[in-house]
Design a protein around this ligand. Sequence first.
Ligand code: DGT
Ligand code: CA
Ligand code: CA
Ligand code: ZN
Length: 591
Amino acid sequence: MPDTPPHFTNKEIAEQLRLMGDILEIKGENRFRVIAFRNAAESIENYGQDLYGVHAAGELTGIPNVGKGIAADIGQLLDTGQIAYLEELKQEVPVGVVEMMRVPGMGPKKAARLWQELDITSIGALRTAAEQQQLRDLKGFGAKSEEQILKGIELLATRGEERTPLGIARPTVLDLSTALKQTLPAGVLVRIEPAGSVRRWKETIGDLDLLAVSEQPEVVMDAFRALPQVSAVLAAGPTKTRVQLANGLECDLRVVEPQHWGAALQYFTGSKEHNVQMRELALKRGWSLNEYGLTATGRGEATEGEKRFFAEEEALYEFLGLEWIPPELREDRGEIQAAVAGNLPALIRESDLLGEVHGHSTWSDGTASIAEMATKARARGYHYWLVSDHSVGLGIVGGLDDERLRKQAEEIAELNAGWADAGVDFRLLQGTEVEVLADGSLGLSDEVLARLDIVVASIHSSLRQDRETITQRCLRAVRNPHVDILGHPTGRLLGKRPPTELDVEAVLQACVETGTVVEINAHPSRLDLNDVYTRRAVELGLKIAISTDAHAPDEMDLLTYGVGVARRAWLTSTDVINTRPLPEMLALLKR
Ligand code: DGT
Ligand code: CA
Ligand code: CA
Ligand code: ZN
């Protein structure tokens, strides 16, 4: 009897396909084949359903980017536990060479050459060779590449346990909760809410947590384990289940009685640090706090052993003498003291936003026309939207120069005239996302910048400059009198690219001196500035812009993630420029 093959998650299946693409690329095979495997991997990783069911129904080719050939490979993997073709490929290229390719800055071509020309077949050997300066003699490599490779290896090692960006985790847990509501007969599920770091809008998530109220916990547990999104049950109890999902994330579900909901939601929302402080505060008042409620210690007014339960979280906070604390603030950063004093900020809400000041169209790398983007902006209830296509200098196709900006201005003026005639309270602004070049000069001249309504300056290239160089570069851009907003300051891509070495504090100080606004880029792969830096920025007196940097109409809906960062940074609507009507917003800019 053959061993039963393991149950692969969609993420693991995607990894196998990606590995095929990587090996083919190292072998120098046809680019389109390589890309086909990567596109399929991407689709599968984001596919909401467990693939075994899809395979059983013969519907693998219904998944975007999965053709017949790749569907056959996947079928083989699910049935037998391996892909014969991949096993063959592995014989040809050592696994270590594929791993080398994942060192930031390496890539398939370099990995292939180091293997073929210097017989380096592992990351360890690569490090030794770089340390012993054996790479610099190779054509196309130098002392600088040795340094970069060593840095890259270090980065790879410190990446540590994987966390998932909120932008993936949050839709996943909401989808689970909806699926569960739809599967269960009416009345079984009384309440269900995400708890844990998702409820706190933390930028990356370790695992998902769901909390529910039901009189029939076992029915809920059975339905949960049977959901098509679930690929494995990791722990199963009468009121608690932990599962692995098809996309690789893990999720805890707990069911509690109605009277315990308030304390349970408080406990499982966390953070752990916030909970530790809450327990201490409760103890001072003579109560011990756990996930069910409060029990009198006998050192307060109540008799020892007396219990208090709370159907709502608000009631628990109130009982302890605190304002209800929004989950985004529950990180033990002073929120409990503020709640005791009744001093919590009135946090900004998504509905406070009246427009956006960073977005793209087909004039540069967006996928929709200015008119289409405006339609979406209006549908969101905005009164203004800034067209800020990329400037020349970035090296992407379609960066705008002086002449194309003039043509674009005509298109914008025509659209605005139409709304003015129709009495519509909506205006487009013309701006640019001007490229901050490697030396800190800008991709457009001051004369051109002076003509535009708003200038966003961002760094997209030479991201690996050392701290001094990139800080000076950024300072020079901020000090340009035409630069109104500093876009995604640290350049990080969550899970993909670390922030630059920028001295953020120095840059924020310069923004104060020059009156430059700082962006929270709301795209869930960026969230840049992050919550901690944003709070610092506002402490220094800076104004913030929350921007989706939309390249397609639907991306404007990602604003909610930027608002999450803003709330975690304790921001109120007055800290943010795009909560203001157009004239007031413009008056907050440099000019
Ligand atoms: P994550 O999953 O790493 O993104 O972060 P959380 O905050 O979702 O952490 P998780 O899933 O381990 O636990 C959910 C919440 O449950 C956590 O925020 C607070 C509460 N909790 C879990 N374990 C403990 C604990 O040992 N002590 C305390 N005080 N609270 C805990
Ligand atoms: Ca969690
Ligand atoms: Ca958990
Ligand atoms: Zn942009």
